[in-house]
Each structure stands twice: as structure tokens, then as C-alpha cells.
Design a protein around this ligand. Structure first.
Ligand SMILES: C[S@@+](CC[C@H](N)C(=O)[O-])C[C@H]1O[C@@H](n2cnc3c(N)ncnc32)[C@H](O)[C@@H]1O
Length: 337
């Protein structure tokens, strides 16, 4: 008899999946970190149930086709070693669902959480003065387009440009932009970093570039090998693309703007190489010191002049205020491997 014939409820499938995942020594890190969470995600998403509510459904009786589907997904997770989001064509960032397949990295950027938090929403404790004053955002290395779409949601008055070098990734991004009805707010560009943007300047540049160094690239487990190598590979120490972004940002930030960049664990390398840059390291619920915030002034761009009395000033969106999310310490944990 097959699993689908033996197992009847989500609880049965959960138990069976965890045993199989442990036996197969799977590796996690694509939205979940344990066998239990991975199994729960596969079961709930596989049944099109809310992914954060396992308990109410644990003992529900499943239909034969649902049992077949779950048995197939669990089998595929073990035999193909593909990350669960590829098997389900779905990944969640801050609770927001995006279509994914193997043309893009599975979204898991810490910047996603920042774009869903108060850290960039403007007002008290925020890194920026006024989210409504942000009119232009650039998402470099957009992949599935997830951060560009979240930025468009956070900054209601912003146009968002999103760039990727991979035409295949941009097809996925195009689908997500359409799914969110954002075609008039998010523009996609194919090319190398700033190249397709012809000198345009932005209030915000956000970026989660490839930043895996060659030693880690050489030892990636199968789950991570399933992702496009160009989404991970950052050269010898991982920072080839980060350096190009730092070098190019000055020419593409508007005065008063800011750069937000995820770089992984090795911030010491950057701090040693750019001793004059006052990186402000932002923490999230699952990371410490893996994302930096850099105001345009730090890159040598002057703040916009104050308006004469009686005239409306151009509000400066990215007035760094040293928000609660910021730190200069912390022990980052590995995550992109
Ligand atoms: C780590 S992924 C990030 C994707 C997405 N922003 C996210 O957070 O899920 C990096 C992306 O950068 C793209 N990329 C790599 N080199 C690039 C380059 N030189 N210019 C633009 N995009 C590049 C890859 O194709 C990949 O989609």
C-alpha cells in the first residue's frame, strides 16, 4: 500500500513527512528552518490552507485526491531535494505570497521584513521621515520582484524600477507584478546593475544582491544547488557585486535618499574596506547586522537645501534617525549558505 492509502489526516502526513525528512537529512533555509515547519508548510500550502494555522486542520479527513497530492509532494521533497517553494510555486515574504519557480532564488531577504515593518514606514522610530515623500525606488537584483512589489506597497507615491541581469528571472517578476496589479507602478529592466537606468536618481535603492563567496558556493547542499547560481555567486569573498553597488550608488541616489543592502554575515570585510562609510546595521527578527542602511550624504551627496520661508520644502524621505531596528553589533547567523 502507498502512503496515500495509509495516511488519512494532516496529522498523519505531518508525522510521516517529518520521519522521511529526518531520514533523508534534508537541508532547510527556504522559508523554514526545521523538518516540522517544512512539513507543515508543504501540507498547508499543498491543501491551499492558511500557512500559519495548522492546529484547526490537523484531524480533518482528507479527500483521496488531497492525500495523493500530499504524498506526492513529500516524496518529491525527499527525492528531488528541491526547496518546498519550488514544488508548490509559492513563497511568502512577510506573509505576502509570491509565485516562484526555478528561474528565481526562493525569496527570503531580510529586507522583506523591513519593508513590512515600522522601520521604513515613516514617523516615530522610523529610519525615514515620511514614507509618502518617497517618489522613486530602485530594486537592484530584483529576482522574483518581491522586494520591488513590497516597496511599492510601502511607499504609495513611489514608482519602482527593478533590475535583473537574468531574463528568466524577469519573466517571473513580470508575472508577480501582474498578479499584484502593479504594472503601472513597477517597471522591470534587464541589465547589469545600474546600466539600464541611464543616470536616473532614486530616493531609495534597495538591494539583495548575490553575496555568497566561492568557498561556500563550492559546498552548497542540493537544496541550494536547485537555485540559479547567478542569484548566489558573489565572487571570491562574496562581495564583487556589493562593491559595484557601493561604487555606483552615488550616481543614482537622490540627495536625501538612502541605500539599503543585504550582505550576509561578513560585514567585517566591508567595514575594513570602506572605513569612512558609516554603515548603519539593521536587525530583523532573524538577523543581526546583515543589512546596512547608508544615507546618500555618507556617499558625498549633499542634502537638498532648505526652502525659503513660506515655500513648501522638498521633504527629504530618508532622514536617518537611528531607529530601533538599527545596531552595530550582533552575531549574524548563516542563512544563504
Ligand atoms: C539574491 S537574488 C535576490 C532576488 C530578490 N531580490 C530576492 O530578494 O528574493 C539576486 C538576484 O540578482 C541577480 N543578478 C546577479 N547579478 C546581477 C547583475 N550584475 N545585475 C543585476 N542583477 C543581477 C540574479 O539574477 C538574482 O535574481
Amino acid at each position: 500500500m502507498t502512503d496515500a492509502e495509509h495516511l488519512f489526516t494532516p496529522r498523519d502526513f505531518l508525522r510521516r513527512a517529518i520521519s522521511r525528512f529526518n531520514q533523508a537529512d534534508l537541508v532547510y533555509g527556504h522559508g523554514t528552518t526545521t523538518a516540522l515547519d517544512e512539513a507543515a508548510f508543504i501540507i498547508l500550502e499543498g491543501l491551499r490552507l492558511p500557512i500559519d494555522q495548522l492546529e484547526p486542520f490537523l484531524d480533518a479527513r482528507l479527500l483521496p485526491d488531497e492525500r495523493e497530492r500530499l504524498a506526492g509532494l513529500i516524496e518529491a521533497r525527499v527525492t528531488t531535494r528541491k526547496p518546498a517553494p519550488y514544488l508548490l510555486n509559492k513563497a511568502y515574504v512577510g506573509g505576502v505570497p509570491f509565485f516562484v519557480d526555478e528561474r528565481v532564488i526562493v525569496p527570503r531577504s531580510f529586507i522583506g521584513e523591513l519593508l513590512r515593518s515600522d522601520a521604513l514606514a515613516g514617523g516615530e522610530g522610523s529610519l525615514i521621515a515620511d514614507a509618502g515623500a518617497v517618489t522613486s525606488v530602485l530594486d537592484l537584483c530584483t529576482g522574483s520582484g518581491c522586494l520591488a512589489i513590497l516597496a511599492a506597497q510601502l511607499f504609495p507615491n513611489a514608482r519602482v524600477d527593478a533590475v535583473d541581469l537574468s531574463p528568466a528571472a524577469l519573466e517571473v517578476a513580470r508575472r508577480n507584478v501582474a498578479d499584484f496589479g502593479m504594472e503601472d507602478r513597477v517597471r522591470l529592466f534587464e541589465g547589469d546593475l545600474f546600466t539600464p537606468l541611464k543616470g536616473k536618481r532614486y530616493d531609495f535603492i534597495i538591494t539583495n544582491p548575490p553575496y555568497v563567496g566561492e568557498a561556500v558556493m563550492a559546498a552548497l547542499p542540493p537544496e541550494f544547488l536547485a537555485e540559479p547560481a547567478m542569484a548566489l555567486d558573489g565572487g571570491v569573498d562574496g562581495f564583487d557585486i556589493v562593491r559595484s553597488i557601493l561604487d555606483g550608488a552615488r550616481a543614482h541616489l537622490a540627495p536625501g535618499g538612502a541605500l539599503i543592502c543585504e550582505i550576509g554575515e561578513d560585514r567585517d570585510i566591508l567595514e575594513a574596506e570602506y572605513p569612512d562609510l558609516p554603515f548603519l546595521w539593521l536587525d530583523t527578527s532573524e538577523s543581526a547586522g546583515e543589512v546596512f542602511f547608508l544615507p546618500a550624504e555618507a556617499l558625498g551627496l549633499k542634502r537638498p537645501p532648505r526652502a525659503p520661508a513660506g515655500k513648501a520644502p522638498r521633504r527629504s524621505p530618508a532622514a536617518a534617525k537611528g531607529a530601533g531596528a538599527a545596531s552595530r553589533s550582533g552575531a549574524p547567523r548563516p542563512r544563504r549558505r
